[in-house]
Ligand binder design. Sequence first.
Ligand code: SAM
Length: 184
Amino acid sequence: MGPISFFRESLRDLKTVGTVTRSSKALCKGVIKPIDFDSARFLVELGAGDGVITEHMLAAMHPDAKLLTFEVNPKFCKKLRELKDERLIVVEDTAEKLPIYLAENNFGEVDCVVSAIPFVSLPKSLADTIVTLCRDALRIGAPFSQIHYSLMRKKVYQGIFGNINVDFVPMNIPPAFVLTSRKA
Ligand SMILES: C[S@@+](CC[C@H](N)C(=O)[O-])C[C@H]1O[C@@H](n2cnc3c(N)ncnc32)[C@H](O)[C@@H]1O
């Protein structure tokens, strides 16, 4: 799926997709930067879209690692399945069901969560629940990295994880922030 198809799909449901452009190369690199790919075996991605970040993760992942990727849009899930990488498990379901799919797929403690879910358009209680589930699933010291286009929800991560680091990525439309917290 190219940028035009992503644009069309986002116009159909802008509230869920959250933006009209896929993440730029700079943003993809920025959001996966906190991950130690040499040691990571259980990776999670939320809101994968058509897989632009997924592909960057797969390219860096260890051959024995697994990536559990959540996406609610059926067209995007079709594109994700076309990546045909046996380390990739595409979950066509909502991210708040994370614990169910971790158990089903025999995941141990999670080594990283990368998320582009537009939490700003979700009810705050649901966004908080998803972020808390991610924190609980992570091993101590492991990163949770979230893409945002404003810093409106910064305090949520500070509250749930007790720490937050913000990186600005100007080379994206729109310019974006990567918010990273680590499990204490
Ligand atoms: C901003 S797009 C990001 C797409 C891609 N990761 C990128 O960076 O270009 C956010 C994606 O999150 C998905 N999404 C929204 N709510 C979700 C939820 N509750 N669970 C899983 N995916 C969700 C949307 O369908 C959309 O594809």
